[in-house]
Design a binder for this molecule. Structure first.
Ligand code: ADP
Length: 272
C-alpha cells in the first residue's frame, strides 16, 4: 500500500454505543486497501457495535471517524461498504431464488426507477461465481443449507461491488466442511484484492485469509498487529499453559480448538 492511499476506514479515539451508552470507547484504527482484518475479542467487547458504527447502525459518540476520507456524518456513499450481518439466516418462508436474493444487492446501485440492466446482471453473475453458487442460482434459497445461505448473503453484499466487505461472524454455526468452503471463498476474494473486516471467533478457519488482527476487550483495542505476532504473544495461552485457561471462553486467549489448531499451524507469509 502506498502512503498516499486514503485509508478505507480511519478511526481516531472513536466511540460508539447506543443513545448514551458508550460501548466502544476511544478506539483508533485504520484499514488500508487490500487489508483483511480479523476483529477478535470476548463477547460483549464491542466488535459488533464498532462495525455497526461504520454503517450508521450504532451511535457515533465521539472521536473522529473517516470513511474513504470523508467524515462519517457527511458520508453519503454507503454502498461502498458491503455488510453481512450476524445471525443472518434467511427466513424459511422466503420465496425467492438464490439469484433473486443476490439481485437485491444491486438495488443500492441504481435509482429506484431504473430497471436492472446488463451491468446489474454481470455484477450478480460475478458475485454468484465468487461464492461458488452460480449453478444453484435458480434454486429456492430455503432449499440451501445454512452455510450455503451465508454464501448467498455474501454474494448479495458483493453484488453492490463494495470497496470494503464487513462481515460479522461469517463462519459461526457453520459445520467444518462448509467453514472450509467459506474460507476458500474469502481467500479467493482476498487474492483479488478485496478488503475485508471480519468479526470472528474462528480465527483458525480464516487464518489463511487474514493479514492483520485487531483484538478488542471492554470497548478498547488491546492488540493490533500481524497474525504472526499475535500468535507469538498469545500462543502460551493456547498450548501447554494451564494457568491461562480461564474465565474468557471467547477471549483472545481462549483455549478454543480453533486457536490450538492455528497455534500449531505455520502461517503463510502474506504481503499487503
Ligand atoms: P461483541 O460484538 O464484541 O460481542 P457487542 O458490540 O455486540 O459486542 O456488544 C457490546 C455491548 O453493547 C454489550 O454489553 C451489549 O449488551 C451492548 N449492546 C449491544 N447492542 C445494543 C443495543 N442495541 N442497545 C444497547 N446496548 C447494546
Amino acid at each position: 500500500m502506498s502512503v498516499t492511499d486514503t485509508p478505507l476506514i480511519s478511526l481516531r479515539a472513536a466511540s460508539f454505543g447506543y443513545a448514551d451508552r458508550r460501548v466502544v470507547d476511544g478506539v483508533s484504527l485504520s484499514q488500508g486497501r487490500g487489508e483483511v482484518i480479523a476483529l477478535l475479542g470476548p463477547n460483549g467487547s464491542g466488535k459488533t457495535t464498532l462495525v455497526k458504527g461504520l454503517l450508521g447502525l450504532s451511535d457515533h459518540l465521539g472521536g473522529e471517524v473517516l470513511l474513504f476520507g470523508t467524515p462519517l456524518a457527511r458520508f453519503r456513499d454507503r454502498p461502498r461498504i458491503g455488510y453481512v450481518p450476524q445471525r443472518h439466516s434467511l427466513s424459511a418462508s422466503v420465496r425467492a431464488t438464490v439469484r433473486e436474493v443476490v439481485e437485491v444487492g444491486r438495488l443500492t446501485r441504481r435509482p429506484w426507477w431504473r430497471p436492472a440492466g446488463t451491468a446489474d446482471a454481470t455484477a450478480v453473475d460475478e458475485a454468484l461465481d465468487a461464492v461458488g453458487l452460480r449453478d444453484r442460482e435458480r434454486e429456492d434459497v430455503s432449499a440451501l443449507s445454512g452455510g450455503q445461505q451465508r454464501r448467498v448473503l455474501i454474494a448479495r453484499a458483493l453484488a453492490a461491488r463494495p470497496d470494503l466487505l464487513v462481515m460479522d461472524e461469517p463462519t459461526a454455526g457453520v459445520d467444518a466442511a462448509n467453514q472450509r468452503i467459506l474460507a476458500d471463498v474469502l481467500s479467493a476474494l482476498a487474492a483479488r484484492g478485496t478488503s475485508m473486516l471480519i468479526v470472528t471467533h474462528e480465527l483458525a478457519a480464516l487464518h489463511e485469509v487474514v493479514t492483520r488482527i485487531v483484538c478488542m476487550d471492554g470497548g478498547h483495542v488491546d492488540y493490533d498487529g500481524t497474525p504472526r505476532d499475535y500468535l507469538a504473544t498469545h500462543r502460551g495461552h493456547e498450548v501447554g499453559d494451564g494457568h491461562h485457561h480461564h474465565d474468557a471462553p471467547d477471549g483472545p486467549g481462549a483455549r478454543t480448538p480453533g486457536m490450538a489448531a492455528i497455534a500449531g499451524d505455520p502461517l503463510p507469509p502474506r504481503e499487503v
